[in-house]
Design a protein around this ligand. Structure first.
Ligand SMILES: Cc1cc2nc3c(=O)[nH]c(=O)nc-3n(C[C@H](O)[C@H](O)[C@H](O)COP(=O)(O)OP(=O)(O)OC[C@H]3O[C@@H](n4cnc5c(N)ncnc54)[C@H](O)[C@@H]3O)c2cc1C
Length: 372
């Protein structure tokens, strides 16, 4: 192989897809850990940076914002629908609160924000017309370029498109082969596969994958639980995503009649995979307070996943000086569906020794922790 990718979440799938698109002989090793983040994600896509982002994050997010629609259109054209749709997004605030209009409006005019599209202030009544579960008094801001993504579908589309380009797919648990000086490939069951570079995209499990090399990757699981509702008789497919500023809570609509909420955050739960009554109660209370029209919805599912978070809140992307033979791509925490497809592509470019056009030094996995 020219390259091996470990981890078949959205990041690993995107890395494998890019490697195969570039003609590299690639193996993707994908196990299916309970609690993988990609199929559990809500699907809110707001890729643009905020003024408080670091310069490295700013540049990365703008590049990701330009890349995502292009990649999604390519998958669609190739006959692999990735579950991506630009639906617009609402930011809704209680009366009297800052709706964030000035901030979003000023950003939308800046260079690199073209995909954000039109930003419009909405008077009471207008958000309810666009997203009928909201209270009639709600007001807010509309962002034309807001989108949604079905993580499981997108991951599947990337893998299938890569298979058409020659991807070797193995299902199973990979172990790095560490020959004392460098990683020379992986072992999966009885099979050993060699490659000059292995992309570590194993999400919250990336630290245990690297443990045999002696390197402690600062990635940790943050358990999240989200609720999935069905609204029989309603067609929600074209509804925009909604952010409720006051509660820092999101809702995303999917076809034909589905609503997903944002997830809870339980870093103290470690890898304990459970849907708890307390978190469900918290989700339902906030969901009903923000979307009164949800009263008669069917509670279809509670999903649990482990976000890959880091010691300082910034992603981990690049090689590790002490562990030659690997490129790490993880640590996107709550933004992995949004930024993961681009992170995977950048990891693939690094694996191929290509120029990325980005300053990745602040994101290297062996950096000292940055101030949050
Ligand atoms: C409740 C919830 C809501 C979220 N909502 C959003 C959202 O609205 N928008 C957004 O942008 N992001 C969201 N996220 C975050 C997003 O889902 C994650 O950041 C992203 O999916 C991480 O992708 P990943 O590929 O890094 O990891 P994962 O999806 O966890 O994939 C890692 C994969 O590696 C595999 N693996 C691990 N070890 C090995 C091994 N040794 N060998 C082989 N395979 C291995 C695992 O089985 C797993 O399939 C949410 C997350 C959660 C939990």
């Amino acid at each position: 192989m020219d390259a091996i990718v470990v981890g078949g979440g959205i990041v690993g799938a995107a890395a494998a897809h890019h490697l195969c698109s570039q003609g590299a002989s690639t193996m993707l090793v994908a196990s299916s850990h309970t609690g993988a983040a990609t199929p559990a994600g809500t699907g809110v896509i707001h890729p643009w940076p905020f003024p408080w982002d670091t310069p490295a994050d700013w540049a990365f997010k703008l590049a990701a914002a330009a890349h995502l629609p292009r990649l999604m259109a390519e998958l669609e054209q190739d006959g692999h629908p990735p579950g991506y749709q630009i639906t617009g997004a609402l930011s809704v605030e209680a009366e009297g609160a800052d709706s964030g209009f000035e901030l979003m409006d000023s950003l939308s005019g800046r260079e690199g924000f073209e995909t954000m599209g039109r930003v419009e202030r909405l008077e009471p009544g207008a958000p309810h017309e666009l997203f009928p579960l909201l209270a009639e008094r709600d007001r807010g801001v509309y962002i034309e370029g807001g989108a949604r993504l079905d993580g499981a579908l997108a991951r599947h589309a990337l893998v299938e498109a890569a298979r058409e380009r020659g991807l070797h797919l193995r299902t199973g648990q990979a172990h790095l082969v560490w020959e004392g000086e460098r990683v020379t490939g992986v072992r999966v069951g009885q099979e050993q596969v060699r490659a000059p570079v292995t992309v570590v995209a194993a999400g919250a499990w990336s630290a245990s994958l690297l443990a045999p090399t002696g390197f402690q990757l600062p990635v940790l699981p943050v358990r999240g639980q989200m609720a999935h509702f069905a609204l029989p008789g309603q067609r929600t497919g074209s509804w925009p995503g909604v952010r409720f500023g006051e509660h820092d809570f999101h809702a995303v609509a999917f076809s034909p009649d589905r609503i997903s909420t944002s997830g809870t955050r339980r870093p103290e739960a470690g890898f304990t995979y459970r849907a708890t009554a307390g978190e469900l109660s918290q989700l339902l209370t906030t969901a009903l307070a923000t979307m009164p029209g949800l009263q008669e919805a069917t509670l279809a599912q509670a999903r649990v996943g482990f976000r890959p978070a880091t010691h300082d809140g910034h992603q981990l992307l690049g090689p590790i000086e002490a562990v030659p033979g690997v490129v790490v791509a993880t640590g996107l925490d709550s933004l992995g569906l949004t930024l993961g497809p681009f992170q995977g592509r950048v990891a693939a470019q690094l694996a191929l020794g290509r120029e990325t056009g980005l300053d990745l030094h602040p994101l290297r996995p062996d950096r000292p922790a940055q101030a949050p």
